[in-house]
Design a protein around this ligand. Sequence first.
Ligand code: ADP
Ligand code: MG
Length: 357
Amino acid sequence: TPAISLEQISKAYRSGGEDVQAVRGIDLRIEQGEFFSLLGPSGCGKTTTMRMVAGFESPTSGTVRLHGDDVTGVAPHRRDVNMVFQSYALFPHMTVFDNVAFGLRRKREASGEIRRKVAEALELVELNGRERTKPGRLSGGQQQRVALARALVNRPSALLLDEPLGALDLKLRQAMQMELKRIQRDVGITFVYVTHDQGEALTMSDRIAVMNGGRVEQLGTPAEVYERPATRFTAGFIGTSNLLSGTVAGRSGEVATVRIEGAGEVRASCDAPAGARVDLTVRPEKIAMEAEEPAGDRARLAGTVTEVVYLGSATHYTVRLGDGSEVVVFRQNASDAASAAERGETVWVSWRPEHAY
Ligand code: ADP
Ligand code: MG
């Protein structure tokens, strides 16, 4: 049985006499020990979904299960999950020790037991020695570790993290991403991680649910959602993607020939029937760019370089195609790199048909 399952969960808020559909029929199964992310833009329903798993919000319809048990009507403190928020919500007048021990004391655990569990939790987040410090004297990253220790101290079966690193600057955020992965591996509990940052979701997750407008647009491993975006939204939201519009002119097996009016015909991996209007996507690093028309069975189009951006280890080129659309090409600046293209130059962009969808 999955650690967490959501079955046809919907949530409508009543706001100013109107219904706001925050979540529209979500189905998810999250496995025990998985690092699972909900990724999507602000307002797509991530927090609402998490609050329904934690029990702070009840769904308008649908069922929430933890390890197979229906907990839809069960109070938050009776669910074996904890939630960590972006605002750490620590008690400022209490020491680190007291903050972490708070829940255990409320449950009237024995003091020896509390000391042992708090020490273990602080060790996990590498804050042992800071027991007597007040949160105000800690850095933002350390405060977030205290919040994490507090959420882990009673060993919940799942931890829900709602944009927990949002308040930290980039360097610290990246360090904490690695740290969270390590902690999750060490304790082996299920993490459900909410973020609007695609890079964060790609680096940390076992699987990602890409959300948009209260729905799950795509579910898969980081490589699956990055390399095979299922919708225009996913393609645009994750990474830099090239999107072209065309019509299926013919097909053989899994590969279709797509006519891009004004630009030419290219082959791509596609299951739409002949005549269908399709959006085609190719990741920038899958595209080759050269001065001569490539031989062989690569899909190819001619265009003009309109922009060159040097980034040190790589250069990004923008190429305008015959139909006026633009594609971005990434090239590593390796020591043996072929000659670079310049603005205004005519080039051929090409890719293997199985790298375009
Ligand atoms: P996210 O976490 O992805 O940014 P939320 O779950 O917070 O999204 O919000 C989803 C939608 O529900 C938004 O349109 C938001 O304005 C609305 N919403 C969230 N909470 C409430 C509430 N308590 N009352 C009314 N509308 C809400
Ligand atoms: Mg949110």
